[in-house]
Design a protein around this ligand. Structure first.
Ligand code: ADP
Ligand code: MG
Length: 430
């Protein structure tokens, strides 16, 4: 390989634009025996030439700068007029690749020498090497632009994701808050409604109570007079009156007794009770109720079972009143039994800070509509009922700071659950 071919190969394989420009310039300068020169490249974005290499290397300082300015002016002028300019002082060699203008070699103090075929080859190789290197440079710049754009987008994406996470968290918190708010509003509304219902009920109870007790009081005296008069008549007539008259008189006597019982109950129920708060023995109260009710329940084929909890915690209140409540519930349970009878269970259960007292029956059950009105004073489904038992019972349990609730479905029996708070000691209350 001759020296020229080697030099052309070096230009074509130069690893950078600077080196390709410097090698081309050196060869051109040698060719034209020039004293100095520059390689300028056309920058289509900036629309002007820039200097890619100047020669010789030691040409620095003010001289070098002037030389470069001159070379640029010549190259710009030559590109505008699209002329190859040469005179005895300078030689301008335009470089094109595939018809695309790449730049120019500007030589000073040049004298033409060498075969023109070889010069054409030098031109081609230089133009190609510079075009390729410029493209590579542009591609590298675009690549690094893309890389930094990608990094910028990645940062942006990370920021957006972070923001999204924050928004999600805020939304979740807001959802949670509004759910709990709804629940709280619901809770308060229910509490308010309950309080209102209780208020109406106790007012109703008070009015009815006053009326009933004054009526019962007024009617009780004449009733007693009638009862004792009737007793006397029966005892005087019993010897010589026919059976049917005596039977009628006994029916009258039984009905009067019933009226008397109702009056007594009314007076009992509505008499303002003083509240004694003493330790309660709930199991003993259950036993007492069983003894009191035994005969009546036996007649109706009803079995009364006790399931009593051992070592119940202390509960306080008025034993008589609690017994009254329990009697009311057992009586109702018995009245709800079918003619074939059934089972009533009394339970006492220790449950955390509370004691539950349950009356469970296998009776006919209660419809949802009835259940809503169960504790209303004077609500009854019985032809001979007063509708006071549950209203009074609820009032008594409320005074004991307890609750009374019912679970029932038609045909599957009924459970009344009284819950009383466990105490550390008992105080007198009113
Ligand atoms: P009364 O017993 O005078 O009707 P209550 O206040 O004791 O009044 O009871 C109200 C109503 O509740 C009853 O008429 C009855 O419809 C219903 N009830 C109460 N306890 C039961 C029960 N264990 N099983 C079915 N219904 C019941
Ligand atoms: Mg009743």
């Amino acid at each position: 390989m001759d020296e020229m071919t080697q030099l052309l190969l070096d230009i074509a394989t130069a690893p950078s634009l600077d080196q390709a420009a410097a090698l081309s310039l050196a060869l051109f300068a040698r060719w034209f025996s020039a004293s100095a020169g520059c390689v300028t490249l056309w920058d289509s974005e900036l629309n002007r030439h820039i200097v890619a290499a100047s020669w010789p290397a030691e040409l620095a300082g003010a001289d070098g700068a002037m030389l470069r300015r001159q070379a640029l002016a010549l190259a710009n002028a030559a590109r505008q007029t699209e002329l190859n300019r040469s005179d005895q002082a300078t030689h301008l060699e335009p470089l094109s690749e595939d018809g695309q203008y790449v730049g120019a070699v500007v030589l000073f103090d040049a004298a033409c020498a060498g075969p023109s075929e070889a010069l054409a080859q030098l031109r081609r190789v230089s133009a190609h090497a510079l075009a390729v290197q410029s493209q590579l440079g542009r591609a590298a710049r675009e690549h690094s632009d893309l890389v930094s754009e990608r990094e910028r987008l990645q940062h942006l994406l990370a920021a957006v994701e972070q923001q999204q996470r924050t928004i999600d968290q805020l939304l979740a918190a807001e959802r949670q808050w509004s759910t709990s708010l709804e629940a709280r509003v619901e809770e308060r509304t229910t509490a308010l409604r309950d309080a209102q219902a209780r208020l109406i009920q106790s007012e109703k109870l008070a009015v009815v109570g006053q009326l009933a007790s004054s009526l019962a009081h007024e009617l009780n005296n004449p009733l007693q007079a009638i009862q004792s008069g009737l007793g006397l008549v029966i005892s005087e007539m019993s010897a010589n009156k026919p059976d049917h008259v005596m039977q009628d008189l006994h029916v009258i006597q039984a009905e009067l007794d019933r009226i008397g019982t109702i009056f007594r109950q009314m007076l009992d129920f509505y008499r303002p009770v003083t509240f004694e708060s003493r330790p309660l023995d709930l199991n003993a109260i259950c036993e007492g109720v069983r003894i009191l009710m035994r005969k009546k329940l036996q007649e109706a084929s009803i079995t009364l079972r006790l399931q009593l909890g051992a070592q119940l915690p202390l509960t306080c209140g008025d034993s008589n009143q609690i017994k009254q409540v329990l009697l009311n519930l057992v009586l109702n349970a018995a009245e709800a039994m079918p003619p074939a009878g059934g089972v009533i269970t009394l339970q006492t259960i220790h449950n955390g800070q509370q004691v539950c007292l349950c009356v469970i029956d296998t009776g006919v059950g209660i419809t949802p509509e009835q259940r809503n009105r169960l504790f209303e004073p004077l609500f009854t489904t019985k032809t001979r009922g007063l509708g006071l038992g549950l209203a009074i019972s609820q009032e008594i349990i409320r005074r004991h700071e307890g609750t009374i609730a019912v679970q029932s479905a038609p045909g599957s029996g009924t459970t009344f659950e009284i819950v009383l708070p466990a105490r550390k000691q008992c105080h007198e209350q009113s």
